[in-house]
Write a protein that binds this ligand. Structure first.
Ligand code: SAM
Length: 210
């Protein structure tokens, strides 16, 4: 049995596999424990490039360990771990426009962060203002045919506000250049929602379709 978070993560991975090819450049904007970074590394392969951001040192350490443990050196892409806020991604990803195939966000808390931190309010969680700044930066980095993937949770404090901000950004994008899909689980409460922002390619962009 997969819980709704694991099910949506699996759905996100399935979507990424349709978009990303060996040799691509991709960004994990919230690397956490590194499970998504490892999956992205496998998709781009040794000729690809992966940037992985997290604001917490513990996450960068954990993600780096998981990726290096999960891959043979000869299968490892060019990997850059960055302990920075993802809203600053354009300062670190080179070149900073039209270069990236996929940017993924898995919003919320560092997996495994504990209850004491939750109760004392010291748990670090993604915030609507920096999340929207980061998604906006990510949209600029994308090449045509690329996508930004956002898994948003509404159950925790501040989560609904963040989810609504992502939904509002998605709805504001011009349909000639973007298609944004939204997948949710309708018979579970508190399930995360997957947004996929697809940047259309020239010919399709003119028609406003995928
Ligand atoms: N993708 C991860 C994995 O596979 O384990 C899970 C990500 S977790 C749900 C969300 C992560 O976002 C946390 O590790 C947290 O530290 C990070 N985060 C929170 N605010 C951030 C920010 N402004 N910039 C970058 N990362 C941030």
């Amino acid at each position: 049995f997969l819980d709704s978070g694991a099910r949506m993560t699996r759905g996100a991975h399935h979507a990424w596999a349709q978009i990303v090819a060996p040799g691509d450049t991709v960004v994990d904007a919230t690397c956490g424990n590194g499970n998504d970074t490892l999956y992205l590394s496998q998709l781009v392969g040794p000729s690809g490039r992966v940037y992985a951001f997290d604001i917490q040192e513990a996450a960068i350490r954990s993600a780096s360990y998981i990726v290096h443990k999960g891959l043979l050196p000869e299968d490892t892409p060019e990997l850059t771990f960055l302990q920075h806020c993802h809203s600053r991604m354009q300062e670190h990803v080179q070149p900073p426009t039209n270069s990236v195939k996929l940017v993924c966000f898995n919003l919320g808390y560092f997996p495994g962060s504990n209850k004491d931190e939750q109760e004392s309010g010291t748990r670090i969680v993604t915030q609507p203002n920096t999340t929207i700044a980061a998604i906006t930066a990510a949209l600029d980095l994308l090449q045509e045919g690329g996508a930004v993937s956002v898994l948003a949770y509404s159950a925790h404090a501040g989560g609904m506000e963040e989810f609504l901000a992502v939904q509002a950004l998605a709805g504001s994008l011009p349909s000639k250049q973007w298609v944004v899909s939204c997948t949710n689980i309708v018979n579970r409460t508190q399930a995360p929602v997957l947004f996929l922002f697809y940047k259309l390619q020239g010919r399709n962009a003119a028609k406003g379709s995928l």
